[in-house]
Design a protein around this ligand. Structure first.
Ligand SMILES: [Zn+2]
Length: 109
């Protein structure tokens, strides 16, 4: 498991191994702002792909950092919670809006 350090403004991403100081945010080497830590599952779009980066930014702003999101979370009568089916991350802004609405309880604020 590791993280990706991402600067959405510069559309840059660096792989980072999981370290003890993994909460530390490194400044972006281009703009100097703190980079955002996203799950290693995040696949950065091409630098020139405005629409995809727009989706990334929108999701991150709403608390979705490419961690697993579950389509269904159920707690049974014995109090055991089960998590079912990973939801796929949206690919365009319309899907992203639906995604955020549907899974807002799983967002990390
Ligand atoms: Zn930057």
């Amino acid at each position: 498991m590791g993280y990706k350090s991402v600067c959405i403004d510069c559309r840059k991403s660096l792989n980072r191994p999981l370290e003890t100081d993994s909460d530390r945010l490194y400044p972006c080497s281009e703009c100097g702002k703190s980079m955002t830590l996203l799950s290693h599952r995040f696949r950065p779009p091409k630098k020139t792909d405005d629409k995809k980066w727009e989706v990334v930014q929108y999701l991150v702003e709403n608390g979705f950092r490419y961690d697993h999101i579950y389509q269904k979370i159920e707690t049974n009568s014995r109090g055991i919670t089960s998590y079912q089916n990973y939801a796929e991350y949206p690919k365009n802004i319309r899907e992203a809006k639906e995604f955020i609405e549907k899974y807002k309880e799983q967002a990390r604020k």
